[in-house]
Design a protein around this ligand. Structure first.
Ligand code: ATP
Length: 234
């Protein structure tokens, strides 16, 4: 579904990604873990075309997207939930969701029903402004908005950020459920390594722009280096 081969990206003189290779198979949940500043967000943004990879190749659903502009990449069936959620605070929940549908340009009624079934809270709050929702509800809204575009691949940037553990578990359970029921492919970037690796089929560890480890979620959770660096369990 997605493969990166030797991808590098930089901001001016800062080399944020150095020869990253990874793949995400159809129907998989793949997690990328790494410390603050390792380049996780940059990786997701580079897949979406900004910053552009200055070396390497990115293939999505059989097409080379390395040089495509962001809007063209999104039209191919990629949706990103950015770090910090970025819901439109003055728009209602419903308006936020419909913004997601406009990107894809199809009749949104069916998708809206599917999102409300997934997140009943959003149905209850559909007339409420985005900015008045709790952090967890805003994360649901951001995910719901991305799903309105009927993506083949969902990119999630730190959905757990700033949320209470119970809310994080609910959101991760919903992602798993969605993956099981619909086969949605997910690339998840997380600092919360424990939950994220439990959720994932496979994972990668990113350290200062390079992939240093990969394996199944269970394999990575069992590695001493991962436990020391990302789980604090020694
Ligand atoms: P975080 O968890 O804090 O989001 P991250 O792993 O997602 O961290 P990135 O945000 O991708 O890391 O940052 C990777 C590197 O690129 C860091 O050294 C960061 O300072 C740098 N960087 C990120 N965005 C920019 C930018 N817009 N301009 C210049 N440097 C940037």
């Amino acid at each position: 579904m997605l493969s990166l081969d030797g991808v590098s990206a930089r901001y001016g003189a800062v080399e944020a990604l150095r020869g990253v290779s990874l793949h995400v198979g159809r129907g998989e949940i793949v997690t990328l873990i790494g410390a603050n500043g390792a380049g996780k967000s940059t990786l997701l943004m580079t897949i979406c075309g900004a910053p552009r990879a200055h070396a390497g190749r990115i293939v999505f659903d059989g097409r080379d997207i390395t040089a495509l502009p962001t809007h063209a990449i999104m039209r191919l069936g990629l949706a990103q939930v950015p770090e910090g959620r970025r819901v439109f605070p003055r728009m209602t929940v419903l308006e936020n969701l419909l913004m997601g549908a406009e990107v894809a340009g199809h009749d949104p009624a069916e998708d809206l029903e599917a999102v409300f079934a997934l997140f009943p809270r959003l149905r209850e709050r559909q007339g409420q402004r985005g900015g008045t929702l709790s952090g967890g509800e805003q994360q649901m809204l951001a995910i719901g908005r991305a799903l309105m575009a009927r993506p083949k691949l969902l990119l999630l940037d730190e959905p757990s950020l700033g949320l209470a553990p119970l809310v994080v578990r609910q959101i991760f359970a919903t992602i798993r459920d969605l993956n099981l029921r619909t086969g949605l492919t997910v690339l998840l970037v997380e600092q919360n390594a424990n939950l994220a690796l439990r959720l994932a089929h496979r994972g990668y560890v990113l350290v200062t722009g390079r992939i240093t480890m990969q394996g199944t979620g269970a394999e990575l959770l069992a590695r001493q280096e991962v436990r020391d660096a990302y789980l604090g369990t020694g």
